[in-house]
Design a protein around this ligand. Structure first.
Ligand SMILES: [Zn+2]
Length: 259
């Protein structure tokens, strides 16, 4: 899913839509910005504290009440490599459903601006999306203070059970170890690649020094020729040769295939 799948164009410009869409993708959440003319209310609240797991609660109005889906995304960089670690569905009926409806009606969500000037470093990031009868609106807030929003979110979190999630310490340790291990493997692979390129560039320079007198045999067309161009790429990557006979390129390793 791309940002433009999840958000209408006004929202794309106003919020960090790439980041939010990757969080929603991690959570297996579908876009709600395409709204049918007769669609009942759908509300989705993403809450991302600085140092704890992120949570998402989606509430959809039904004939019986509200269908709630709540999810927790775990991981220090949940949006990039986070995992959906907890999911729960629940239906709110009776007075609880009415209370949620009243909080939504009283919040004036539709009239609230998409963003405010309030910003900070730690704290919590919230994204609130609402869709209803052909309309879609999104709010981004940093640690909001607007009372109607706080009351609405508190009701949703309590009703959905998302606040009951507690990370499993064993799973956390295991996941952190897996992340550290994959980071170490990636670093090791990058080091090996850099060392191979350094060796290749030294060989290429040595071959280039005698190219004018001895020539080289192109590994592609097998012509032995001096009509070969050396491209010294050692500042940014791997140096290579271009055979002017066949137009193809090669590096020293192509001349000395590993036996
Ligand atoms: Zn050639």
């Amino acid at each position: 899913m791309t940002p433009s799948d999840y958000f209408v164009s006004e929202a794309l410009d106003a919020i960090d839509s790439k980041w939010w869409s990757s969080l929603l993708t991690c959570a297996n959440e579908v876009p709600i910005c395409t709204v049918a003319p007769d669609q009942p209310t759908t509300l989705r609240v993403c809450r991302v504290p600085a140092f704890r797991h992120a949570s998402i609660v989606r509430a959809a109005r039904t004939s019986r009440g509200w269908h709630l889906v709540s999810k927790v995304i775990d991981g220090p960089r949940y949006a990039l490599d986070g995992q959906l670690v907890w999911e729960h569905t629940h239906t709110l009926v009776g007075p609880d459903a009415e209370q949620l409806q009243q909080l939504i009606d009283g919040s004036q969500l539709w009239a609230m601006p998409t963003t405010t000037a309030r910003m900070g470093l730690d704290g919590e990031m919230w994204l609130i999306e609402c869709a209803q009868r052909g309309k879609y609106h999104v709010l981004y807030r940093w640690s909001p203070e607007e009372q109607p929003l706080l009351a609405l979110a508190a009701c949703l979190w309590l009703a959905s059970g998302v606040d009951q999630y507690r990370p499993d310490p064993h799973l956390e340790l295991q996941r952190n170890a897996e992340r550290a291990s994959s980071r170490a493997s990636a670093e090791r692979a990058a080091e090996l690649r850099a060392a191979r390129i350094r060796r290749s560039n030294v060989s290429a320079r040595t071959l280039a020094a005698t190219l004018g007198s001895d020539g080289l045999t192109c590994p592609h067309c097998c012509q032995h020729t001096k009509d070969i161009r050396f491209v010294d790429n050692s500042r940014s990557g791997e140096s290579y040769f271009v055979c002017k006979q066949c137009g193809r390129t090669f590096v020293p390793a192509d001349l000395e295939p590993l036996g």
